[in-house]
Design a protein around this ligand. Structure first.
Ligand SMILES: NC(=O)c1ccc[n+]([C@@H]2O[C@H](COP(=O)([O-])OP(=O)(O)OC[C@H]3O[C@@H](n4cnc5c(N)ncnc54)[C@H](OP(=O)(O)O)[C@@H]3O)[C@@H](O)[C@H]2O)c1
Length: 333
């Protein structure tokens, strides 16, 4: 039997504590052996709960007893720490977005390949089997010819001190929540997407975008309308609209592990609901990372994940260059 991949946590973040670490602990091929926080006392407190060693970020990179790192720092610090980890010979499981610049994303993917290391961006939703079922239905013609796609991911305002409002730490809604609808368009409409237009709402005081709307067009001419933001009621869904039916999926990006997803298919004269088994997308994402790093996974999956990560980063950049910017009171900037 292959031994478990020894994982060090870089940052004791909210997402690590609430979601990723509990899921990782259900994955037999991963063992959290070290944990680092800027404040060693905080690292010790969390490490104690995991029976792991408390260290600094640098000590994790220097340790010969750690195979891989999980980076869950503010978005603007991912590039630096993922790069340093790859250079130190560690496999990297990094929170989304992998970086905040397309050139940095391309650089990390190339560096991992050059060093024979696994690099996965932790975009868990793509691992939930519900999307594979949606694709089967679309490919099987259940909706007729595909005409349009719409996706939205929005959350209510965050506490004022949240790192997502910090321009210096790579904050902003596009890179934090906008990437979900962008990535879902990439997942369901394929590569070769073009940004036809975009708006971004800017919090001028903080210098970050807090919401936006993007229009994409796919290679085959299907348009996609994407909305996202930090000043919205909660919404996490997408809809595919075909010539004979429309399919919608709620909690598309954030289904709890116990939730039975429901695919709702609407036709002119009736509605069909398909219930699917629940799945823990956090655990699936983590176990696929471990399999890839241990050499027991499907290399084609890592290649596809990284191609999608890179395409999404380039779409973000295209949105930033094309967007019409609006201030929070609706004025054009
Ligand atoms: N995959 C998902 O579903 C999902 C969901 C939410 C968030 N995320 C991603 O996870 C990452 C962390 O988000 P979060 O909400 O968990 O953030 P958070 O609670 O604010 O955690 C960020 C961590 O970064 C570390 N850090 C290092 N330098 C920092 C600095 N200068 N200022 C503030 N923190 C600093 C801190 O770690 P120490 O003090 O412990 O060293 C802190 O615990 C982000 O990239 C976010 O996009 C992913």
């Amino acid at each position: 039997m292959t031994r478990a991949l020894r994982l060090g946590l870089i940052g004791v973040s909210s997402i690590a504590r609430r979601r990723t670490v509990p899921a990782i602990r259900t994955v037999g091929s991963l063992a959290i052996t070290a944990c680092a926080a800027r404040d060693l006392e905080r690292a010790k407190e969390f490490a104690g709960k995991l029976d792991a060693d408390a260290m600094t970020y640098d000590e994790i990179l220097a340790s010969p007893d750690i195979d891989a790192v999980y980076v869950s720092l503010p978005n603007g610090l991912h590039h630096e720490w993922a790069r340093r980890a790859l250079l130190a010979g560690k496999h990297v499981f990094c929170e989304k977005p992998l970086t905040t610049k397309a050139a940095h994303t391309d650089e990390l993917i190339a560096l991992a390949a050059e060093r024979g290391l696994t690099l996965h961006e932790n975009f868990m939703f793509v691992h939930h089997p519900q999307h594979a079922r949606v694709r089967e239905l679309v490919d099987g013609g259940r909706l007729g010819e595909l005409r349009g796609f719409a996706a939205s991911f929005g959350i209510p305002p965050l506490p004022p001190e949240d790192v997502r409002y910090r321009a210096d730490l790579g904050g902003g809604a596009l890179v934090d929540v906008g990437v979900y609808p962008l990535r879902s368009a990439r997942l369901l409409l394929g590569d070769g997407l073009t940004v036809a237009g975009a708006t971004l709402t800017i919090d001028t005081g903080r210098g970050v975008d807090v919401g936006g709307h993007v229009l994409l067009v796919s290679r085959s001419g299907v348009s996609a309308s994407l909305e996202f933001g930090f000043r919205h009621s909660y919404r996490s869904r997408y809809r595919l609209w075909g010539s004979s039916a429309a399919l919608s999926l709620d909690r598309a990006f954030t289904p709890p592990a116990t939730r039975q997803p429901v695919l709702r298919i609407e036709e002119q004269d009736h509605v069909e609901e398909i219930s699917l088994p629940p799945a823990d997308q956090f655990a699936i994402a983590a176990s696929r990372f471990a399999d890839a790093a241990l050499g027991t996974g499907d290399p084609a999956l890592t290649a596809e994940l990284n191609a999608s990560t890179a395409d999404t980063a380039h779409l973000v950049e295209a949105v930033l260059s094309k967007a019409i910017r609006i201030d929070e009171s609706g004025g054009r900037l």
